[in-house]
Design a protein around this ligand. Structure first.
Ligand SMILES: NC(=O)c1ccc[n+]([C@@H]2O[C@H](COP(=O)([O-])OP(=O)(O)OC[C@H]3O[C@@H](n4cnc5c(N)ncnc54)[C@H](O)[C@@H]3O)[C@@H](O)[C@H]2O)c1
Length: 440
């Protein structure tokens, strides 16, 4: 079949919803994406090496809070969405979106092994007429330099026999305002034809598409977005350290500065950065630049400041306990919120883990409360979440607010705790005596 025929046929199939859509990796990104394509009328097959996830999807049981269970159950029951652990299902797929993890290795370099494994498996099962879109966040050049050669090694030609694009995922777990449908989607194909087909596919689930001229540019867009957060958060984290020395409330400074109606965007300090994206993605960019003999200085500096914040929180706790004539060793310390941010259950790279690790090393007796995280393992110690009530709070020497979940009763936390270390300014609206509260 000619190049035009492949592209036209796929375009028609997408338009008529006859295209068989597949998604590799059914995690925080891949499952909502699969549900969005299935809800748009496509038959969708997800592929994941985790057989528990495969079974859950096939039973219509949801494990990602952003996808409502009723939606998943309906999609599974109608056969619109199914899952498999075997890549052989791709032989029948018209489109393949790759959403596998891109974490850091132990040495904090990019661990691209999941992308390589997925790309190798896609290549093994590739056939003419398929569109493959990489969504995993990665370093500039991955699509063109790493994925494309693997696919072309099959003997098929890009832009003629198959189509390849990069489109970074932008989901924000727990965000009630922005979802896949109303968050603009950046897309670029390896060729103009690849770009057009990827835009055709994603415009079925997203209102606004932002085409860019190269896959390298699209890859860098995502890294810029997260580096922007990373460096600005480092800047306000350092502001918090400076404010402590100046005897000024950092939160008051930022909130007052944010009243400026132009040229200022507020970022708030915290106990350190967490999640799968913001603390990780900038290091993909700095790593790539190292290979080009360039040091990404802003990222390096931001990295140092952000990484120092859990240690700063521990120093605050030690100062507060000192006022009570206590040491960290043997003090009973209650961590409130171990997820990496408010109202989610994701603990990946959570600063609470590092805070708890340092405290445990110093001999503190630790517990935590997080309604979104029933159990937490840190260096082979398993902790289980407790219930938040006055009697529990009264039993501890110090309560530390690390993730400011909206379900926490902050009035009760302040009233019933001997000492509160508040790393998120979560107690700002608590009325009355707050002499027991130490802010970041
Ligand atoms: N979570 C977010 O908020 C977010 C936002 C934007 C971008 N991203 C990016 O999206 C990508 C995926 O992130 P995530 O949060 O969904 O990760 P995740 O860990 O939640 O999910 C990844 C899934 O891929 C599966 N998997 C791993 N290797 C596989 C393979 N070879 N074949 C098939 N399945 C495989 C895992 O079992 C897991 O279910 C990452 O690059 C991440 O940086 C994540």
């Amino acid at each position: 079949m000619s190049k035009r025929k492949h592209a036209e046929l796929l375009k028609e199939k997408i338009g008529s919803r006859e295209a068989h859509v597949s998604v590799i990796g059914l995690g925080h990104v891949g499952l909502p994406l699969s549900a969005a394509f299935a809800s748009a009328g496509f038959r969708v097959t997800g592929v994941d090496i985790d057989t528990d996830k495969v079974e859950s999807v096939n039973c219509g049981e949801c494990y990602i809070p952003d996808v409502p269970t009723e939606q998943l159950t309906r999609l599974a029951e109608t056969g619109s969405l199914s899952a498999a652990a075997d890549y052989a299902v791709l032989a029948d797929a018209d489109t393949v979106s790759i959403c596998v993890p891109t974490p850091l290795s132990k040495t904090r370099d990019p661990d691209i092994s999941y992308v390589i494994e997925a790309a190798d498996k896609v290549a093994e099962n590739m056939r003419s007429g398929q569109l493959v879109v990489l969504e995993s966040t990665t370093y500039p050049g991955t699509t063109q330099e790493l994925i494309l050669p693997k696919f072309e090694a099959t003997g098929l030609r890009v832009g003629e026999d198959f189509f390849l694009a990069f489109s970074p995922e932008r989901i924000d777990p727990g965000n009630k305002r922005y979802s896949i449908s109303n968050t603009p989607k950046v897309i670029s194909g390896v060729t103009a034809g690849c770009s057009e087909l990827a835009q055709t596919l994603y415009s079925t689930i997203t209102e606004h598409i932002v085409p860019v001229s190269s896959t390298k540019c699209a890859e860098l867009v995502k890294l810029l977005e997260n580096t922007f957060r990373y460096t600005n958060l480092a800047m306000v984290n350092e502001l918090a350290l400076m404010c402590e020395r100046l005897g000024v409330d950092v939160w008051e400074v930022i909130e007052a500065a944010a009243t400026k109606p132009f040229g200022f965007m507020p970022f708030f300090p915290g106990p350190g950065l967490g999640g799968h994206c913001v603390p990780v993605d900038p290091l993909y960019l700095s790593w790539k630049l190292k290979t080009l003999n360039y040091t990404a200085r802003f990222i390096e500096l931001a990295s140092q400041i952000n990484a120092s914040m859990p240690g700063h929180v521990v120093r605050k706790i030690a100062d507060g306990l000192n006022e009570l004539s206590k040491s960290v060793k043997d003090s009973k310390i209650l961590i409130l919120g171990v997820a990496y941010k408010r109202d989610v259950g994701d603990t990946r790279e959570s600063p609470a883990i590092e805070v708890m690790r340092i405290l445990a090393e110093k001999g503190a007796v630790l517990s935590y409360i997080d309604p979104y995280v029933p159990a937490l393992e840190i260096e082979s110690d398993v902790y289980r979440s407790r219930e938040l009530d006055p009697a529990t709070l009264e039993r501890f020497d110090c309560a530390v607010i690390v993730a400011d979940h909206s379900c926490f009763d902050y009035d009760m936390i302040v009233k019933c705790s001997r000492l509160v270390v508040d790393t998120r300014n979560a107690t700002r609206n608590v009325p009355g005596d707050k002499s027991s509260v130490m802010k970041l």
